[in-house]
Design a protein around this ligand. Structure first.
Ligand code: NAP
Length: 278
């Protein structure tokens, strides 16, 4: 089964470059869709306290372990601290709540979901994540939606460098300078809404390239993400799409395709601006 390769965090923890994302997956569907994703070959599951579906995600992992087709160590589970739980004490409690809902002994990756600059508590929040990491409750800690200035403040006040910065990233928002800053600091950039939340699937540039390679638009966009060594978490709600999104290793984009996709970069977001979320 192709999973498009792996990336190593500086502490030796390894994660798949392509993961299954669960934003807007209803709680009642999470177990079924995660089970389909695990059966299709995904080993990285991306949930969050805010998604309200951690219980189903954890149950799917535990059921797959009971069925004997994965070990806990094969699966990489990410969850995220929601904006209402910033601050040292609230973070410690929110982490335990997430772990309890998941029904797991440890998390693979715990992210601060948004920096929430209006609260200005992300340094204290990070100190709680550093403790959880040193206690072995989470194998890696990271951030999401952090821009350069949030990272600079975090790096200058804390010890552990975030393993991952999960950010909105797709052909309409290519994030070159933030990706470069992340890379310079050993931080893995992981794309969220890699398909522009589906918006890019009918883009004429993308559909043209898809027709040329006899692939789907989603496959072309995911190939683009992986082309330059990137990582992404992608959501889909059917067995067919879940499987299709993993089959991206058997073709390449040529220089003409890459130049055309580069032209799509237009600072266009499908989600919120990180400085405006609190
Ligand atoms: N850290 C953050 O702040 C943050 C924010 C947003 C998202 N995320 C993470 O990133 C993940 C992905 O982002 P996203 O869910 O917003 O958007 P996305 O993965 O870019 O796009 C998902 C949309 O594309 C459709 N789709 C997927 N594969 C398809 C295919 N092969 N053919 C046709 N349509 C397809 C899906 O439809 P169906 O579902 O109907 O199949 C859904 O409407 C999330 O699930 C979440 O884990 C993180």
């Amino acid at each position: 089964m192709h999973r498009s390769g792996k990336l190593s965090i500086s502490n030796g923890v390894v994660l798949d470059r392509l993961g299954y994302g669960l934003y807007k997956v209803p709680a009642d569907d999470a177990h079924g869709l995660c089970t389909l994703a695990l059966e299709a070959g995904y080993r990285l599951l991306d949930t969050a306290a805010m998604y309200g579906n951690e219980e189903g995600v954890g149950r799917a992992v535990r059921d797959a372990m009971s069925a004997g087709y994965v070990d806990r160590s094969d699966v990489f589970v990410t969850s995220k601290l929601w904006n209402d739980s910033h601050g040292y004490r609230a973070t410690r409690a929110a982490f335990e709540d997430s772990l309890g809902r998941l029904g797991l002994d440890y998390l693979d990756l715990y992210l601060i979901h948004w920096p929430c600059p209006g609260k200005d508590l992300y340094v204290d929040t990070w100190r709680a994540l550093e403790e959880l990491y040193s206690e072995g409750k989470v194998r890696a800690i990271g951030v999401s939606n952090f821009q350069r200035h949030h990272l600079e403040k975090l790096l200058s006040h804390t010890e552990v460098v975030p393993a991952v910065n999960q950010i909105e990233l797709h052909p309409l928002l290519q994030q070159e300078s933030l990706r470069k800053f992340n890379a310079e600091h050993g931080i893995i950039t992981q794309a969220w809404s890699p398909l522009g939340r589906g918006k890019l699937l009918t883009n004429p540039t993308i559909t043209h390239i898809a027709a040329k390679h006899s692939r789907s638009p989603a496959q072309v966009i995911l190939r683009w993400h992986l082309h330059s060594g990137g990582a992404a978490v992608v959501k889909a709600s059917s067995q067919q799409r879940i499987g299709e999104n993993l089959r991206v290793d058997d073709f390449s984009l040529d220089s003409v395709d890459l130049a055309a996709i580069a032209e799509l970069d237009s600072d266009t977001r499908v989600g919120s601006h990180p400085d405006l979320v609190n």
